[in-house]
Design a protein around this ligand. Structure first.
Ligand code: PFF
Length: 466
């Protein structure tokens, strides 16, 4: 990502596909369904959808416009807008440092499941979470022995991280882009078929109701914070990524259109993932939605049971996990690439050594998340396992902070006109300019500060249980 010889995406659809490729990943397939299940089903879905078209839209337009205007990645871009906000670029750039390691841990889980299905072990995985628990909680007696045992997540995490690093080090983005423009549509079709099948399972209707019909008594500040964090994560917002992508966008692109397309694409993937997972999990739990409480393991414990009850389930399962692996890889590659490019820009290091350093750091920082359900399960931070803690710090703390400060910078320091002018380049329309202005100046920052304070108060001061 050199700033002077900045290349551009060759076409409008090229930009949308690249941004959507970064956006669609484990966030949609793994994270969205378990959060929706955890935060009350329909009410979470409703809050999420409202947030995407208001707040998500505002922030994505803002970030892409900042990038296209300054032609810089996030570290330089915030500084170029106002020197005093230069630090914000650094906080944003730090978010992927927290996310990448645990993203690779989950990527490792996916790799393990792919291997299990390919080698004909799909049936064994279909025991309502038992297989997943034995895998993530595996304890070989000592930390080191567990880390290197294939029955535990360690080697899979290593494998997945090396796969990601191999692509980043060789910079074969072209190949990955080609492959992903073929595999993402296949994943979409397969997900729709599986979701259709899921709905035919006996007892699935209870789950469908839980997923689609909002129960307003389940609404709370946590629902909103959870949905906001998920929105940032899923749309790759508040971590500088969209600024970098915007810096590659051509001036001729109609920005508002592109943003709408990315939003629709990303949200549909998440919605279908929920359809695929939530109705069957409720059915398998005897129709009682309150029993679904297995958090990050949800996708891994439910889907194998769905596959197991399907004709050709082993094959469908294998194909499915291959595609999920692919969606995850395109995202983790862009996450790692972001950190590598900062290192290359800010130090004399080249691509190879930067990638090696980032890979080493990812592996080290990922160890606690990797062992956090197994031998290190006794250690909790703010009442959370390591993986959940890293997820919480990035999505519910750092990203909202970056978002609030971005809103203040644009809404009250440099002015929303800077963004609007950039969006309207070449005579393009900005239909939701009024919404953008009100959101960024008032609604978004007030909402964010209010829930950040309330959430931190409960999590940090209420639940300190190391
Ligand atoms: N948006 C991705 C997902 O939903 O899985 C996660 C992500 C990928 C975030 C790449 C940031 C990023 F640069």
């Amino acid at each position: 990502m050199e700033q002077n010889t900045r290349s551009s995406f060759s076409s409008r659809i090229g930009f949308v596909l690249a941004a959507a490729g970064s956006a669609v990943g484990l966030g949609n397939l793994w994270r969205f369904p378990y959060l929706a299940a955890q935060y009350g089903g329909g009410i979470f879905l409703l809050v999420y959808l409202v947030l995407v078209v208001t707040f998500g839209f505002t922030l994505m337009v803002t970030e892409i416009a900042i990038g296209r205007k300054t032609r810089l990645s996030c570290i330089g871009a915030y500084k170029a807008l106002d020197r005093r906000f230069g630090f914000l670029g650094w906080i944003a750039a730090f978010v992927p440092v927290i996310i990448t390691p645990y993203y690779c841990v989950i990527g490792g889980w996916v790799t393990k499941y792919l291997f299990t299905f390919v080698t004909g072990g799909g049936q064994a995985a279909a025991d309502n979470g038992g297989f997943f628990d034995r895998f993530t909680q595996f304890d070989a007696g000592s930390t080191l022995a567990t880390l290197f045992n294939f029955n535990a997540p360690g080697p899979w995490f290593l494998l997945y991280t090396l796969l990601t690093a191999a692509v980043v080090i060789f910079g074969v983005e072209k190949g990955i882009e080609k492959a992903s423009s073929f595999m993402m549509p296949v994943l979409a079709v397969l997900a729709i078929l599986i979701a259709g099948y899921s709905l035919t399972i006996d007892g699935a209707m209870e789950g469908l109701k839980y997923y689609l019909l909002p129960d307003f008594s389940k609404f709370s500040a946590s629902t909103v914070l959870g949905a906001i964090g998920q929105m940032f994560y899923s749309m790759s917002l508040a971590m500088g990524i969209m600024i970098t992508y915007g810096s590659y966008m051509q001036r001729e692109n109609i920005m508002e259109h592109s943003v709408t397309q990315i939003e629709v694409f990303d949200t549909l993937f998440a919605f279908v993932a929920g359809l695929m997972i939530i109705p069957p999990v409720v059915a398998f739990n005897g129709g009682d939605p309150t029993k679904i409480n297995n958090g990050p393991g949800l996708m891994f414990s439910t889907l194998p049971m769905v596959f197991e009850s399907m004709a050709f389930g082993e094959i469908i399962g294998a194909v499915f996990f291959l595609l999920v692996l692919f969606a995850a890889l395109t995202s983790s590659i862009s996450l790692m690439e972001t950190i590598v490019s900062v290192l290359m820009d800010k130090t004399p290091l080249g691509r190879k050594s930067s990638t090696l350093i980032v890979t080493g750091a990812t592996l080290l920082i990922g160890i606690p998340s990797c062992l956090g359900y197994g031998p290190w399960a006794g250690i909790k931070i703010l009442g959370m396992q390591f993986l959940d803690f890293f997820d919480f710090i990035s999505n519910s703390v750092l990203m909202p902070i970056v978002a609030v400060l971005t809103c203040i910078l644009i809404g009250h320091v440099v002015g929303t006109k800077v963004i609007a002018d950039e969006v309207k380049q070449n005579g393009a329309a900005f239909h939701r300019e009024g919404l953008h202005r009100v959101m960024i100046r008032w609604i978004a920052p007030v909402l964010l500060v209010a829930i950040l304070v309330s959430e931190l108060a409960t999590k940090v001061f209420g639940l300190f249980t190391i």
